[in-house]
Ligand binder design. Structure first.
Ligand SMILES: Nc1ncnc2c1ncn2[C@@H]1O[C@H](COP(=O)(O)OP(=O)(O)OP(=O)(O)O)[C@@H](O)[C@H]1O
Ligand SMILES: [Mg+2]
Length: 156
């Protein structure tokens, strides 16, 4: 992750509810974020700033947590969106670059599936590419929730 501390290339901000807990494998999830951040650094830089500005947010959706990773780059042509997770698929601009095999998003999708979740890629209405990571929400352990005395206590 050291490369992502280089603030001349990438800036990552996040807004995540502190009590939102997901069921996930730490290594797999790390791999997911690493691939998305690296893609933002390569393809998701803002035209004016030359900087990849990535925002991570999360919200509840029933039994799920949706974690969204968005950059402010040019996004992807809509007809190419479904192909991004195909192994070895690379966009036009990316093909001329020396680095990259076109495997990152295929790996991300598989990792999400292994954790019982899903990956969805879209162009954000505000611009840039957004990856929605759907993960199972974990129940917060009872010990972490403040105890409320039951009204029936002592009467039974
Ligand atoms: N944040 C993004 N903004 C715009 N295009 C993107 C973004 N992320 C990925 N892409 C496009 O999707 C293609 C596939 O991405 P993927 O991560 O699978 O492969 P890669 O980055 O080219 O290579 P690798 O990840 O194996 O090093 C990229 O080549 C690029 O064209
Ligand atoms: Mg990649």
């Amino acid at each position: 992750m050291a490369g992502f501390r280089d603030t001349s290339q990438i800036r990552i901000s996040s807004r995540v509810p502190p009590d939102l807990v997901v069921l996930a494998d730490e290594t797999e999830l790390g791999r997911v974020f690493l691939n998305l951040f690296e893609n933002a650094r390569r393809y998701g830089r803002g035209t004016y700033t030359g900087l990849a500005e990535v925002h991570v947010s999360a919200q509840r959706a029933g039994p799920w947590a949706i974690v969204s990773v968005r950059d402010q780059g040019p996004g992807v042509a809509p007809e190419k969106l479904p192909q991004l997770t195909t192994p070895f698929f690379r966009g036009d601009a990316a093909r001329t670059a020396a680095t990259g095999a076109g495997l990152g998003l295929a790996i991300v999708e598989k990792a999400m599936q292994r954790m019982g979740g899903t990956l969805e890629l879209a162009n954000a209405p505000e611009g840039g590419l957004v990856a929605h990571l759907r993960l199972q929400r974990a129940e917060v352990p009872a010990a972490a929730v403040p105890r409320v005395q039951s009204a029936r206590d002592g009467r039974a």
